[in-house]
Design a binder for this molecule. Structure first.
Ligand code: SF4
Length: 344
């Protein structure tokens, strides 16, 4: 029988375990408080437990299954952690401090099946889905490294989280439920490449997560150039799903728009995007491309600001993400790609 992971245990799992270990049931509550209120996954450090129980927990559970393998720091204090998993695969999480808040960016899959052409993570396709505890452990590595619990979590690391829905939902349950970590869902952003069935499953969860949809283009032909393959859903279906999300969950959706020179950065594109954003009450997150492949170019600064101005002129809320991440070799999936090359 495979071992259960500590970071994804329920109270009833823990109560059964401590009973099996011949311990009083109140020990379960103590252990769960260490795990979910003090973010501690090493039983050796759970100092109010008897020594024997600490040792037994280590043999009966997967405690911390992953470790930080490499760190990469940027000038802007962004830190990227390459996290090695128990099967030697690797994912990345990024710690992004700013003056007002601390944000963690987490991954949901090893590799990614979507294959956006500008993205290093999609290059080798999907290796495997992450387990719920592997998602939660990234948060714990971030807390241990930064010394703080994040104000915000964004699921914008490696992978299309909505294609690993059950494991993502399990991790989100632990992160948001009051008995466990208890973080407000309003501070958590779920990013998707526009996987429509996943958006509807997220609606079924009924929690007010922020939904960020990677649009990247204003017409289907351009979008299919950027996201080739069958996971590229028609824009009309994505927009309908966004409307339904706003109606059911009551939160404005964000459109992510990676700007690629000569592909999707014209004035006409900006005008069309502005109309879409207004019609669908969306905010826009503009992400000028970090040049990681020779295939695409980053637009010139003047074109980036011009594009933003066209959106703002009609009252659309625009966030312009200029550098965070790129300087630390942190554009989506690059550390992991380097790790694979090193292994070879
Ligand atoms: S951008 Fe996101 S969805 Fe697209 S290939 Fe990269 S990780 Fe996957």
């Amino acid at each position: 029988m495979s071992l259960r992971a500590l970071a994804n245990c329920t109270y009833s799992d823990m109560e059964s375990l401590v009973k099996d270990l011949g311990q009083p049931v109140f020990r379960a509550k103590q252990i769960m408080e260490w795990v979910f209120k003090h973010y501690e996954l090493d039983p050796e450090r759970m100092l109010n437990l008897p020594l024997k129980l600490r040792k037994d927990l280590k043999t009966k559970l997967i405690c911390m299954s992953s470790e930080i393998k490499e760190l990469s720091k940027g000038d802007d204090k962004t830190t990227k952690l390459l996290i090695s998993l128990s099967d030697k695969e690797a994912v990345e999480m990024v710690i992004i401090p700013s003056r007002e808040r601390l944000t963690f960016c987490l991954s949901t899959q090893v590799g990614c099946p979507v294959g956006c052409r500008f993205c290093a993570s999609g290059e080798g396709g999907l290796v495997r889905n992450l387990e719920a505890h592997e998602i939660i452990e990234q948060l714990y590595h971030g807390i241990a490294h930064s010394g703080s619990f994040p104000d915000n979590i964004v699921f914008m690391g490696i992978g299309e989280g909505l294609l690993n829905f059950d494991k993502l939902a399990a991790a989100l349950g632990k992160i948001t439920e009051a008995d466990y970590i208890g973080m407000s869902p309003r501070r958590i952003t779920i990013s998707t490449s526009g996987y429509v069935p996943g958006i509807y499953r997220l609606i079924e969860l009924g929690k007010p997560f922020i939904l960020a949809v990677s649009l990247h283009a204003v017409d289907d032909a351009t979008r299919a150039e950027i996201i080739p393959g069958k996971l590229c859903y028609p824009i009309a279906e994505i927009l309908q799903a966004c409307d339904d999300y706003e109606k059911e969950i009551g939160r404005m959706v964000t459109f992510e728009y990676t700007m690629l020179a000569g592909i999707n950065d014209s004035n006409a594109d900006a005008e069309k995007l502005a109309k879409m954003a207004r019609r669908h009450h969306a905010k826009i997150n503009l992400i000028p491309y970090n040049e990681t492949s020779k295939e695409f170019k980053r637009p010139k600064e003047i074109d980036i600001f011009n594009f933003r101005d066209i959106l703002e002129k009609v009252g659309v809320t625009v966030m312009l993400r200029l550098e965070k991440g790129g300087k630390v070799n942190a554009a989506c999936g690059q550390l992991r790609v380097q790790h694979i090359k090193d292994q070879k």
